[in-house]
Design a protein around this ligand. Sequence first.
Ligand code: GTP
Ligand code: MG
Length: 702
Amino acid sequence: MPRKVSYGVDFDEEYDAYDDYRDDYDYNHGNGIDEHETAWEPPVTKEEIVYQNVWRCPICTYDNDEYMSSCDICGVLRNPLIKSSNNGQSSTVDGICTNFGASMMAKSLFTSLPYESPRGAVTVNFQPQKDDSSRKEDTFSLHVHGKFHDLHNAIISEKSYKVNIVVPNLEKPSTSDAPSNKKIENANLKSNPKSSNKSPPLISKDKPQQMENNNMTQTHKISNEFNNITMSGESGTSKIANKGKMGKTVSRSQYKPEKWMLLDEGEDRLSQLNLAIVGHVDSGKSTLSGRLLHLLGQISQKQMHKFEKEAKLQGKGSFAYAWALDESVEERERGITMTVGVAFFNSKKHHVVVLDSPGHKDFVPNMISGATQADAAILVIDASLGAFEAGIDSAGGQTREHAQLIRSFGVDQIIVSVNKMDAVHYSKERFDHIKLQLGVFLRSCNFKDSNVTWVPLSAMENQNLVAPPSDARLLSWYKGGSLLEAIDALQPPAREYSKPLLMPICDVIKLPSQGQVSACGKLESGALRNGTKVMILPSGDIGTVRSLERDSQACSIARAGDNVAVTLQNIDANVVISGGVLCHPDFPVSVTNHLELKILVLDVQTPVLIGSQLEFHIHHAKEVARVAKIVSLLDAKTGKVTKKSPRCLVSKQTAIVEVMLQGEVCVDEFSSSRALGRVFLRSSGTTVAVGVVTRVIVDDQS
Ligand code: GTP
Ligand code: MG
């Protein structure tokens, strides 16, 4: 998760065109579609990119592969329609994308692009595997930006790695991948000798799943299961010592904190609140975040003008506020968020760290990596007709998946921002309809009604964000508070200041010229200050904290809950990798590839079997996992074993399983560290199970 946003510096000083800029920014976008977007003209300063065998979506300008019958980003149907190769996959709601596989372009972005690499257009002919009969074409062209060798690697991995999913009755397989976490991570992993034999991108061969029960009324009750998963890490089986690679078994409870680590009672400090902004693609998450930052003074007027002007120049005028968070060229060109954007503002009670997540299904791994730090969340809903329905659709709606994921991260307070109310004329009926439908689903995810706040708003028209609405239509029926008031009402969780240090590494920033390396992430427990000795896992090297930065400002102490950049010295930069962990040298967590998990299987069509190959996510790490054993099936309510060694797991079942990972991860049992003990299992671009680590298994190495 790159720190894409740094508002500490006004990089706009030399913006000389500012004075010429007109103040009358045009908000007349209808359903969020700017008039300019339909008439895309590439900026003259840019190298023109020639795409072949793709069709450009007239709405979001995304270049879709030729065989797509609807836009992979916004779901708009291609006009004129072509005969789709995805026979049988019809839209459920008009204009809603039902294609399950990750787009090739998005795949290549995950797999290959290093951070801020020079871009050029490359066209490659991609030969599908012979057994890939789901595609009608023998070849199709893939157009991506990036360095050629990275692209080459992406294609090679597509072609050469076959993951053998042992699934009976498997229909015609098709290629699909599960992208790696982030471009910056990839770059770092590549430079790390320990990760040189990292697993290739997981390529699942099972058929894209098409869930049938799209209807909200058919939402399954999984609250008890979520309860068990989120509240308890006990497996009911006997535990063995949590002894990882580091070989130390000192209990964290024996730790005696130093005085400086503890929060001074008299210290006048706003409480830290890590707030994930989640929701379906294009619901307005980045626009909402950008607008909030602007209204709260974090983005200067001058800077905002710059965004507006540049966005207009690119034919993306309506994305001006989103540009505050969508910083990369790719994100801006496509009008979608790809990596989590981080920004901050102060409310009356909190110092809020905004984690603006990507909504597109291809980028859920990035969403997991970023939003796993969240203390609370804003679930952004697009109120426009058809858009809410798309988000809640069981076949690929990210409102559903994000809500489930957020809950399984342990987040129990959520603000539902029903955005784009302007597009439905601030209709009370529409708001009530959404509240009713979504409320049922959120309850099924075990969100308590009392912890869910509903706020109708329009980010674009600045209605009900930081002040009461001014639009008479909304005022006539809405009597609640603004979004900012709802944020202030959130309760930050209790922090583990007095526990040993634990900081999962989200990002790594290297400045080779200065011989510096910084690890970024959220302190889950303990505290840090200059001079503190830390162990860097998985390598086990010991380094010293040289300096600390919070919100782009140097600070002397960072405590649990803080989102910081820790610059280290006396350390080989290559051992600091995202997915790794900084910890107290005497209290290392385990580094292992063999785990026992307690999982809840979500709505899946393909059962989980022994041998099933899945994508394993834990804090900021990702690995290929194989289900080695299904130990037992549990009663969802009591947690008692109902069946030993079942052959498979289906939707809504809770079970104890053992997984073998292709590479090692830094992990702890959920009972000792929630942050390092929560896992997510994904396949074919969807989350198939959420769970907790119940046991770190030490294999005898003779
Ligand atoms: P991803 O990060 O790619 O999932 O998208 P997002 O949820 O961040 O959406 P984004 O902020 O990029 O906005 C998508 C589109 O919705 C843009 O064209 C915005 O202008 C538009 N939009 C956002 N908020 C509103 C709103 O309140 N009303 C209307 N009419 N359009 C909006
Ligand atoms: Mg966004």
